[in-house]
Write a protein of this length. Structure first.
Ligand SMILES: C[S@@+](CC[C@H](N)C(=O)[O-])C[C@H]1O[C@@H](n2cnc3c(N)ncnc32)[C@H](O)[C@@H]1O
Length: 271
């Protein structure tokens, strides 16, 4: 097995943080070695230093994407932290419906992983607007740094166990059964979500218009405080006044360092 030296760990950890915001403390050395060894071997490299040199030359970020997949979890599921979706339905969408005069609703699911979160949002919006949906110019953007999770998300194919936990009406309305083991999100729902690769560490968010709702859940756990504060500030700028930011329930925002208003656990608003 190829071993990682302290110097190699430091170089790799600094580079990963610089590129993705993911903060690996010294005690994660064994974890990094364990998770990356197979990739280093696959690439037929003899040391982590060779791998580091290779990673630095990876302009397209393809290898970086694989590294991130190995050191973070892509774990997600439909209706995760379901209180958020309840609040969206009962408070946020009625407000947006009555205040967005041009009917142009923009929702961003940042760090969308394999798609369960943006498709949950798509189903909530579809149910909420009902027949009126055709009068709305909705945009549902879903982004992630990982190419692999975006590929899975675009296909929208999920194992039966994942689909079993969601309301039966959703399965009937929004999924096609492929076989005894799997389901696929129907085409008319898949086409509602625009998937793009996007690194939350980008200094400038390239979006032309501001968002009414941003979901960014269970990714900031990997970032240090400074990276988190900068990201929250960028979200603030990317939100419309009156717009909402949802974060993971195990994540927090230092209320002294943001202009966002705390509304309820893991829900903030630009006022
Ligand atoms: C645990 S999943 C969260 C999925 C979903 N938001 C949820 O709460 O269920 C974390 C995701 O963050 C993505 N990620 C990690 N660093 C990122 C970055 N710098 N920019 C964008 N996405 C990132 C990972 O690829 C992964 O898919």
């Amino acid at each position: 097995m190829i071993k990682i030296t302290n110097d190699e760990f430091r170089l790799l950890a600094n580079y990963i943080k610089e590129c993705s915001g993911i903060h690996l403390k010294q005690e994660k050395k064994a974890l990094l070695m364990g998770r990356l060894t197979s990739l280093v071997t696959e690439l037929q490299m003899e040391s982590f230093m060779d791998f580091y040199d290779y990673l630095k030359k990876d302009d397209e970020g393809v290898v970086l994407s694989k590294v991130i997949d190995r050191i973070t979890t892509n774990h997600t599921y439909f209706m995760r932290e379901s209180e958020h979706f309840g609040y969206l339905q009962t408070e946020v969408l009625p407000f947006m419906k009555s205040t967005i005069k041009n009917r142009d609703l923009r929702v961003w699911c940042a760090a969308s992983s394999t798609g369960e979160e943006p498709y949950t949002l798509a189903m909530i919006l579809e149910d909420y607007f009902g027949k009126e949906i055709v009068k709305w110019d909705k945009k549902l953007l879903a982004t992630d740094i990982s190419l692999d999770v975006l590929d899975t998300a675009k296909k929208g194919i999920y194992m039966k166990e994942k689909v079993d936990s969601i309301p039966k009406m959703w399965v009937v309305n929004y999924f096609n059964k492929l076989d005894t083991m799997s389901y696929q999100i129907k085409e008319h729902m898949r086409s509602q979500v625009i998937y793009r690769r996007f690194n939350l560490l980008e200094q400038n968010f390239p979006f032309k218009a501001k968002f009414h709702v941003i979901f960014c859940r269970n990714v900031m756990i990997y970032f240090d405080n400074k990276t988190k504060e900068e990201l929250i500030n960028k979200f603030y700028n990317a939100l419309e006044y009156g717009g909402y930011l949802f974060i993971g329930h195990s994540e927090s925002i230092d209320r002294n360092k943001t202009q966002l208003k705390y509304i309820k656990p893991a829900v903030y608003r630009k006022v």
